[in-house]
Design a protein around this ligand. Structure first.
Ligand SMILES: O=C1O[C@H](COP(=O)(O)O)[C@@H](O)[C@H](O)[C@H]1O
Length: 628
């Protein structure tokens, strides 16, 4: 290990400037950058954690981790505790990478992050870390001279770099003599050179540089690096480094790593302190129905993402768990409630960043039905079948098994149907063995959405289900809950909600102990080519509805315009959801929902996160873009 050298100071040795190199670089292959994002398990464990600190004080944090430790959130009582833990985390990774590959590539941001690194410049780390192995980069930089108060380099130099013996040649500041565009190009060229010489790893999944550790902060608006909410740069997926000349936070001219680079990292520490950021933390980690996706929510590295939060930044998560505790006296103890709450938060947060690697492995592994992407407790499963016929066979078995389970457990089986192709996909239930073996008398049938037209109208979801399914199985007529088609859209939605409330009161329909919304046993859903589910369409304000159980829409982009629909809180309170998609029409939507990471505008289908299991049933055609 190198030790601190008093003769080495940054005030006399200027850091290396990145300059264009006259080398020929073969561009790395642009393998799907979205691969990596889908390797996340949504099964999370939460434990109370005690951090042992150099100073021997114990700091307690709520630690939430997934089962393979790929995602974690730690909440610390104070920013001081956080800084202690962050130093240890960084030092451990420094040791690991220095040993494994002889270099440690570290990316820092500006802002408050630098202060939180202060423990690294103290004992024991200042002496124990092999600083000679460090290679330091910036995730973003303001295009100002290096001695300017706005410079992220200056901030890092004053607070950190000047206090540790990292070789100046290993510190990659931007070239502040260039324009923002020139500086971004220059930095990218520098990175390419370092990839070429093996200093920086390259991701075999994305083809983008793979840094060992990124230490990043988050702004109160949810920005990370210089990637701001709603900015077109969020979508940049070719460049490694880009520039911005209209940053909403001054100074306006900056350079920044793009999301493909950020998300190719081996480790990201996301460090967030202060009450001013609590709302975004809640949105990012809680079960928010907010349709706006903040840049921080797009952070999803190949390796580990670890949130370091202080109590203030996590306060809204804690508030929510307290509220739950107060409102749910039946639950045994506070820790269980918090656990349930956090699990729920995480299921929601991770639901859209599931499983692609396993898909590819399984697709390579032959067989007509390729099961892929089951998280450790099978909460999220995607299955791909050779043909739609195979989907229909498997779906029938799945539904029949759940029917038997719920009929036995609670004496009824509450099933929600959608319209469209779904009804054809469940046709096998009307054939042997299921038509005879399923206990149809226990079924209660609902619609996740309905068009406000007469029941015998060609557009009616009820008519579709009746003709293709309900007329062929002996479900008691009184247990089929069609809408009241004599009412207006608003009236029909209210009426349907009243029916549901009555069924909850009478115990036919379960109630979620987590959300208080009705908990259907199974929803059988389809998805439109635009990613809509139920009558919840991309960008529509109804996506945010979080009070009503059933609502109405007068301007459906898909005809007919007047419809009623379950809201997301109801959909997401379900026990099980089967998402059935076959054929070529939805190939792009499936790809966006399951295969793409840097998706600034979530499709409605990506918000679907039931309480027990979400199972995708895809045929090979619908999954074809994933398989590419
Ligand atoms: O402008 C910037 O802001 C963010 C967040 O800063 P913070 O002071 O709120 O933590 C920072 O991460 C980024 O590097 C910086 O350029």
């Amino acid at each position: 290990m190198a030790t601190a050298s008093s003769s080495l100071t940054f005030s006399t040795s200027l850091p290396k400037f990145c300059r264009p190199y006259s080398i020929s670089i073969t561009p790395p292959p642009q393998v799907s950058v979205y691969f990596k994002k889908l390797s996340i398990s949504s099964s999370l464990k939460i434990s109370k954690r005690t951090t042992t600190r150099a100073s021997s004080m114990a700091s307690s944090g709520i630690t939430t981790i997934d089962q393979n430790n790929k995602k974690a959130v730690e909440v610390f009582d104070t920013e001081e505790d956080l800084a202690v833990s962050l130093a240890k985390y960084t030092a451990d990774l420094s040791d690991k990478f220095a040993k494994e590959r002889g270099a440690f590539t570290v990316v820092v941001s500006g802002g408050s992050l630098i202060k939180s690194l202060r423990k690294l410049v103290e004992a024991p780390y200042v002496d124990s870390i092999d600083w000679s192995k460090w290679q330091v980069f910036w995730v973003d930089e303001r295009v100002v001279p290096k001695d300017h108060p706005d410079s992220n380099y200056k901030l890092a130099f004053d607070g950190f770099l000047s206090k540790v013996p990292i070789p100046p040649g290993n510190v990659y500041a931007i070239n502040d003599a260039l324009s923002s565009e020139g500086a971004a190009d220059d930095y990218e060229t520098c990175l390419k050179h370092l990839v070429h010489t093996g200093v920086i790893n390259i991701s075999s999944l994305s083809g983008f540089p793979k840094f060992d550790l990124m230490l990043v902060g988050m702004g109160p608006d949810g920005h990370v690096a210089s990637l701001f909410p709603g900015h077109p740069l969020l979508k940049e997926n070719q460049k490694w480094v880009t520039h911005i000349t209209d940053s909403p936070k001054p100074p306006p001219e900056r350079i920044t790593f793009t999301f493909p680079v950020i998300n190719s990292s081996a480790h990201i520490a996301l460090v967030v302190c202060g009450a001013g950021k609590a709302s975004i933390v809640q949105t990012a980690l809680g079960k928010s129905q907010d349709s706006e996706v903040f840049p921080v929510q797009m952070v999803s590295p190949e390796g580990e993402l670890k949130w370091f939060l202080d109590k203030d930044a996590a306060s809204k998560l804690r508030e929510d768990s307290r509220l739950l505790a107060e409102n749910l006296p039946a639950l045994p103890q506070k820790r269980s409630i918090r656990t349930a709450y956090l699990q729920d938060c995480f299921c929601c947060y991770w639901h859209r960043v599931q499983l692609f690697k396993r898909f590819v492995c399984c697709c390579k592994a032959k067989s007509s039905s390729s099961s892929f992407m089951a998280d450790q407790n099978n909460k999220k499963v995607v299955k791909v079948y050779d043909t739609e016929q195979d989907v229909a066979v498997s779906l029938a078995k799945y539904v029949a098994d759940l029917s038997a389970k719920f009929a036995k457990e609670r004496g009824s089986f509450t099933v929600v149907l959608s319209g469209g192709y779904l009804i054809d996909n469940i046709r096998k239930l009307t054939e042997p063995p299921y038509v005879d073996s399923v206990e149809w008398s226990k079924w209660h049938v609902f619609w996740v959405d309905e068009r406000v037209v007469p029941r015998n109208h060609v557009d009616s979801n009820y008519k579709l289900a009746f003709d293709g399914f309900l007329s062929k199985v002996p479900i008691p007529a009184g247990q089929v809950y069609a809408i009241n088609d004599a009412l207006s859209a608003e009236g029909a939605a209210e009426d349907y909600q009243t029916v549901l409330k009555h069924l909850v009161d009478t115990g036919v329909l379960a109630k979620s102990s987590v959300t208080g919304f009705p908990k259907f046993d199974l929803m059988l859903l389809g998805m439109g080519p635009d990613g809509h589910v139920a009558s919840l369409f991309p960008g529509h304000p109804l996506l945010k509805e979080n009070v009503k159980w059933v609502t109405h829409i007068m301007d459906s982009p898909k005809l007919p315009p007047q419809r009623i629909t379950f809201t997301f809180p109801v959909i997401n309170s379900s026990a099980y959801i089967a998402m059935v998609v076959c054929g070529p029409g939805e190939v792009d939507a499936v790809y966006k929902a399951l295969g793409k990471t840097a998706n600034p505008e979530l499709l409605p289908v990506q918000r679907v996160t039931p309480e027990e299991e979400l199972r995708w049933f895809l045929d090979k055609v619908a999954a074809s873009k994933l398989q590419e």
